[in-house]
Design a protein around this ligand. Sequence first.
Ligand code: UD1
Length: 418
Amino acid sequence: MAEYIITGGRRLLGEVATPGSKNAALPILAAAVIGRRSIIHNCPDISDIRCAIDILRHLGCKVFYDGNTVVIDARSIITHDLPRHQMEKMRSSIIFAGGLLARFRKFSAYQPGGCHLGARPIDLHLQGFKKLGATIDIDDEKIVAKANELAGGKIHLANPSVGATQNIMIAAALADGVTIIENAAKEPEIVDLQGFMIAMGAKVSGAGSSTITIEGVHELRDAEYTIMPDRIVAGTYLAAAAITGGAIRLKNTGAHYNMRPIVEKFIDLGTFVTLEDNAICLSAPHRLHGLGYITTSPHPGFPTDMQPQLMAMLAIAHGNTTIEETLFESRDKHVPELAKMGAKIASPDSRFFHIQGAPSLHGTTVEAMDLRGGAALVLAGLAAHGQTIVKNACYVERGYAAIQNDLQALGANITYIS
Ligand code: UD1
């Protein structure tokens, strides 16, 4: 099992670039299934992307990937059966289902795996497919969908699920007629998916608002597209500077609007933030402030994918904070690990966390148990006195391409042992 060994206490200083977004790239790779030849730039070099490429190859696509650009020829696709092994590894493997339904009018799939954040049902995805005309059979392990015809219609999501919105957008692209998704997710990654789909010749509008309209077309064309910057990696790097009292310039941060919910919290924490064209500068000359109360919520609220990293910062802030996690029922695996490092966090249930800022943390051995929780432990290690070993680096590698390299470039004492 790979691990990070961190000796904390160094202020991070300097400049790094934000990589392409995992959560934009994964649905875009899935959408490539309905296209012809797609060239996708700025794909991050992370294990979840390699898993998505394995799925594309399993389906029969020809795929070339150099760690940045992915070229997918989906004309050679031969099967509508999704592979169990990859589906069990990654939640967003289910997004391939919408493309297969659009292309073959059928798919078979398994319950997707991924980070354990509590129950993560896919009922909204399947209800959306049913509204488009699919029949769905589930025996406890396998999901089989068939549609004689796919016809557009109005789909109201009971909650604005990111994945369900993406799956329905892709499935509806080749349906007959117009599909309207109401209460759609508004995340920037949905806007990026729309951008790619438009490049392929799909007729989609409204992404970024709660109503998305897809007018079905008969066929799509070759496309070339560049993935947006990863706002969660950007937030994590800003946190690395904030938690160490450092000062960094983060390049390639993209549209300020996308980063606003995260940047606002850094300002509330007492850091100094300057927005430049496509860059963010952050310095943290003073101890961070507690925030009182904060809740995660869908975009444009504070993202759940930054909750663990925020908690690491609050663990050494001056004052108290309650975090309410509203998206996932048990996104809390990092809490006992942070406590091993001296964080004072009371958690009456798995959705509320009362954090009493401590003067400092101390290094010890901790275990990453999911992607963002693992990133939070790395951050805590950067600030802690002494040595921290973060085990199970594989979780962090799902979403961060060699995080140790970027942190070393900023002056951190971190090594990766495979
Ligand atoms: C995506 C992101 C993930 C992020 C999450 C919320 C990707 C690859 N992943 O995950 O990093 O944490 O958005 O911003 O983009 N739900 C249902 N039924 C469904 C689908 C979802 O009840 O059919 C619930 C979930 O259990 C959860 C909430 O809706 O409580 C939000 O989930 P969703 O927006 O679907 O998250 P993902 O697309 O899985």
